[in-house]
Write a protein that binds this ligand. Structure first.
Ligand code: FES
Ligand code: MG
Length: 588
């Protein structure tokens, strides 16, 4: 086979001018079975970007899967070189894993650019590992393929399905209402995590792996295979085989990641009831790919679509059943069949989306609903703006019937409600004061959190899904309207208004909002405004802004200097100009 373009690794291992350097590059790799002959043979060197480690338990399955990937690479004639990526563990990393997406992105760029790697397998799983890898692949633009590790098996607790994260939010309310004790809380949480894998709900991990597949970056059906299943290992092997072919074909991300591919991904997120974190991550990947995507594209192209996949938190089931029902291809098949996907987008299979989806209709209509009979209409993200912010989203697929009735269906005021703001400066303030009787929180209140965006936190925290005070939960009030400049977990069933941009820490409107102000939300017009006179707003803007903590690490300081707002993906704005950098190999 002749490669479409000479492999860049030849610059290291077959340099006609500097044979002394070639010898130096070769000698250390020989320690573990790669021979100089192989490295000089002109076969492609395939990186395996290993995202699993003891610190990244959601991706730990990749430590085993990498062996299958290597087998596939070798069998197809490539040479595998595995290396670690910066760990990201959503639940454990303080002050937030959101600091790590851009860090993992940046370090992966340096590796892919600075080492003799011709193509790469991106191992993904936990939330931000997918966008970090895709962002880096675009910057470097060498052939890249996404291998998701897959979700955990379904969790069961006393005969009920318990899903990652979702069980935590729901059990917290039961704990607050006095219905369960701490021991029961812990047992529900551990039962939701029965095996290796990432979150088994349609949280951010499953959403972002579905997005990678919808973009055309994974082999068909890859995203949803549970981590421990036999098919997962086979998928790893096939992914290894395919990336070698892609190296020969020079099938790079820039040939796959078009605007149409991103619109396909946006529509898929709506149909699967995907995480609200898809909004910044899709924007981030598009910006690094150089694709012209506006924040409003997500709401314009995604909102008026129905929810088809019956998976927690918007629906009932978990990852195993989703996979058995056909997974992402079956959900996409419904959209394609309605003419709602661009079928001609090229994918890593070397074929188009339409070709990949042929014959993928589901046979489980309880899990994946027909387009004409969905779980919910208009299920994508609703975009909002107003005098408090330029951009925020609301995940409409998780609006409960009770919430809808209480706030959105008052006769004569459909889709419109007003609420008294209760403003918290970060989550510590929320936890200290939420049960303070002096705040007199009732059902006509809206809980607001600020200081939780990319610059304020820093990183942007998953804190907007604030629970009502205990006395309301005990009365059966499961959710109050919430608003904030942070994010929320993709596993949360709270219909929050979140990802508010600009955030309070950079002078956004939440900075001047006061407890007691009335906020008017109009979902029909996509508006959210504080009913405060302009003169009063100006007066407050001249006052001292709300406090934010100092940076505690060098990276926090760099992150704050370089990172933009969630509306635009929270990327390092200076980084998006670097694209296709592997076209030129670095000097000796
Ligand atoms: Fe890692 Fe959910 S916490 S996948
Ligand atoms: Mg999360």
């Amino acid at each position: 086979m002749t490669p479409a373009k000479p492999f860049r690794s030849r610059d290291w291992f077959a340099d006609p001018v500097r044979s002394d350097m070639t010898a130096l590059y070769l000698e250390r790799f020989m320690n573990y079975g790669v021979t100089p002959e192989e490295l000089r043979s002109g076969r492609p060197i395939i990186g395996i970007a290993q995202s699993g480690s003891d610190l990244s338990p959601c991706n730990r399955i990749h430590i085993d899967l990498a062996r299958r990937v290597r087998d596939g690479i070798r069998d197809a004639g490539g040479i595998p070189l595995e290396f670690p990526t910066h760990p990201i563990f959503e639940n454990c990393r303080r002050p937030t894993a959101a600091l790590d997406r851009n860090l993992s992105y940046m370090t992966l760029v340096e590796i892919l650019y600075g080492y003799p790697i011709d193509a790469v397998v991106l191992t993904t799983g936990c939330d931000k590992t997918t966008p970090a890898g895709v962002m880096a692949a675009s910057t470097v633009d060498i052939p890249a393929i996404v291998l998701s590790g897959g979700p955990m098996l379904d969790g069961w607790h006393e005969g009920d399905l318990v899903g990652s994260g979702t069980v935590i939010w729901r059990s917290r309310r039961k704990l607050a209402a006095g219905e369960i004790d701490e021991e029961e809380f812990l047992s529900r949480a551990t039962d939701s995590a029965p095996s290796a894998g990432h979150c088994n709900t349609m949280g951010t991990a499953s959403t972002m792996n579905a997005v990678a597949e919808a973009l055309g970056l994974s082999l068909t059906g890859c995203a949803a295979i549970p981590a421990p299943y036999r098919e997962r290992g086979q998928m790893a092997y096939l992914t290894g085989r395919r990336i070698v072919e892609m190296a020969y074909e020079d099938l790079t991300p820039s040939k796959i990641l078009t605007r149409d591919a991103f619109l396909n991904a946006i529509r898929t997120v709506s149909a699967i009831g995907g995480s609200s974190n898809a909004q910044p991550h899709i924007m981030a990947m598009a910006r690094h790919a150089g694709v012209d995507l506006a924040p409003t594209d997500l709401t314009e192209h995604g909102h008026k679509l129905p929810l088809l996949v019956n998976m927690q938190p918007a629906g009932k089931y978990l990852g195993e059943r989703f996979h058995r029902a056909g997974g992402v291809p079956a959900a996409m098949w419904e959209l394609l069949n309605q003419g709602l996907l661009a079928g001609d987008c090229l994918t890593v299979t070397g074929r188009t989306i339409a070709e990949n989806l042929e014959g993928r209709e589901t046979r489980d209509r309880e899990m994946i609903r027909p387009y004409a009979d969905p779980l919910m209409a208009d299920a994508g993200f609703l975009g909002l703006s107003g005098n408090l912010f330029d951009f925020a989203i609301m995940k409409t697929s998780v609006i409960s019937p009770a919430f809808r009735q209480r706030y959105l269906e008052r006769p004569g005021m459909e889709g419109v409600f007003e609420a008294r703001a209760i403003v918290f400066d970060g989550s510590d303030d929320y936890h200290h004061r939420i049960n303070d009787p002096a705040l007199q929180i009732d059902e006509d209140c809206m809980l607001v959190i600020r200081g939780s965006g990319p610059i304020g936190w820093p990183g942007s925290a998953e804190v907007v899904n604030m629970q009502p005070p205990d006395h309301l939960v005990r009365r059966g009030v499961q959710a109050l309207p919430t608003l904030g400049d942070g994010r929320q977990s993709g596993t949360s069933d709270s219909p929050s208004i979140l990802n508010v941009s600009p955030e309070s820490a950079v002078g956004g409107g939440l900075a001047w909002l006061r407890t007691g102000d009335i906020i008017r939300v109009d979902l029909n017009r996509g508006r959210c405004d504080a009913l405060v006179e302009p003169a009063e707003i100006a007066r407050r803007q001249a006052e001292v802004p709300p406090p934010i903590p100092p940076s505690h690490t060098p990276w926090e300081e760099i992150f704050r200097e370089k990172t933009g707002q969630l509306a635009n993906g929270g990327v390092m704005d200076m980084a998006v100009k670097y694209r296709g950098i592997a076209r030129q190999t670095p000097r000796h």
